[in-house]
Design a protein around this ligand. Structure first.
Ligand code: ZN
Ligand code: ZN
Length: 400
């Protein structure tokens, strides 16, 4: 592995920072302490800091050789937020905030970008400007979108943007990325079927929404199997059905909720409109009324072809070409997608290992994302930071 010596020399300091952030998790636009820490460190290292984008977002600007005269710029992004869940680890750096935990490794992502920033600010051995983007609220709030809405790319233009996520189960030293859609859009629906409640023994006196809801759920199945092209990936999961309170009462209404995930907007458009038709017509056939709600959350994460090819070559310099592997797309979602809608770039995955980094005090559960026993693997800090730095060097070394 081709790690950068100056970064490796900071590994212990970076591990301390990562564990400090881990011990003080903050969620969804409340990353006050974390953003304060990030801004303080960047300032200490002589980096120009801008705050308040997307409420708690932080932007750092590192101008390279001769003030970055080429006019070119590159964005590097890390997410800072934790999850609203209880940590089950008991090591010294376990969460000090009940009900909040860094179970997705954003503490590690933030620290890797900090380590890269410290090195780049010392050396300034590139011709252009690096825009460091520390964003809030990846998990639930669309913090990337909030920063863009606050003028992120107008105030700090970038030619391309890169981001990364640790990936448990993949070997440390492996990096996965592919061009095209790699993570799905995430969307949710809520359908309220309004019937007319009555006595359970006299169903003819009312309109029972329960069998209607069952037919609606059944009707949805053929949207995936019969309406969309077989080659297009999509998931439609009904995850909640709520109706009724007593065995002898026909409920007045029934709620159906769930998630839809796709890689392409055209497929999403088709699924949403077919769902509406199926739900409304089945309800009408049974004399119930239908309130159909559909909300589009994060768009699909789509890696730019050219930026992915560029990143593969740059990352191969760090881990070797054999260890830059293809990423199988996942129906999970990621709000870096908003940045990739605005700018070319790529999102890559860093192997977090199989959990062998865990020692005493770690919980008993698997070391997977969003598990209460998860912990970021600190061995990744020099690797991820070196990866960012190689992206920078190679980006600005390209012919103008
Ligand atoms: Zn997560
Ligand atoms: Zn995450």
């Amino acid at each position: 592995m081709n790690l950068i010596d100056n970064i490796v020399a900071q590994a212990a300091a970076m591990t301390a920072i990562r564990r400090d952030i881990h011990a003080h998790p903050e969620t969804c636009f409340e990353e006050h302490r974390t953003s304060e820490l990030v801004a303080k460190l960047l300032t200490e290292w002589g980096i120009e800091v801008h705050r308040g984008l997307g409420k708690t977002g932080v932007v750092g600007l590192i101008r390279g050789r001769d003030g970055g005269q080429s006019g070119r710029s590159l964005g590097l992004r890390a997410d800072m937020d934790a999850l609203p869940m209880q940590e089950l680890n008991s090591f010294a750096h376990a969460s000090k905030t009940p009900g909040k935990m860094h179970a997705c490794g954003h503490d590690g992502h933030t620290t890797m970008l900090l380590a890269a920033a410290q090195h780049l600010a010392r050396q300034r051995d590139f011709d252009g400007t690096v825009v460091l983007i520390f964003q809030p609220a990846e998990e639930l709030g669309g913090g990337a979108h909030a920063m863009i809405e606050d003028g992120l790319f107008e105030r700090f233009p970038v030619d391309a943007v890169f981001g990364t996520h640790n990936w448990p189960g993949m070997a440390v030293g492996d990096i996965a990325l592919s061009s095209g859609p790699v993570m799905a859009s995430t969307n949710e629906f809520k359908i309220v079927i309004q019937g007319r409640g009555c006595h359970g023994a006299m169903p003819h006196m009312g309109i029972d929404p329960v069998p209607v809801a069952c037919q609606v759920v059944q009707g949805f199945q053929t949207i995936i199997s019969r309406n969309k092209k077989p080659i297009d990936s999509a998931v439609l999961s009904v995850t909640m059905i709520h109706a009724g309170e007593a065995t002898n009462v026909v409920p007045d209404h029934c709620e159906i909720q769930g998630t839809v995930r796709t890689f392409r907007t055209e497929v999403l458009d088709l699924i949403e409109s077919r769902m509406r038709e199926v739900a409304e017509h089945i309800c009408a056939a049974h004399q119930a009324s239908c309130e159909f709600g559909f909300a589009r959350n994060y768009p699909a994460t789509v890696n730019d072809v050219e930026a992915t090819a560029f990143a593969r070559a740059a990352l191969a310099e760090v881990v070797g070409a054999d260890h830059v592997i293809d990423q199988e797309p996942t129906m999970g979602a990621e709000d870096f997608s908003y940045m990739l809608q605005a700018k070319p770039g790529a999102y890559f995955f860093l192997g977090n290992g199989d959990g062998a980094h865990r020692t005493g005090g770690h919980g008993a559960g698997p070391c997977v994302l969003h598990n209460p026993s998860y912990d970021f693997n600190d061995d990744l800090l020099p690797l991820g930071a070196s990866a960012f730095v190689h992206l920078v060097h190679r980006w600005f070394a390209r012919p103008a």
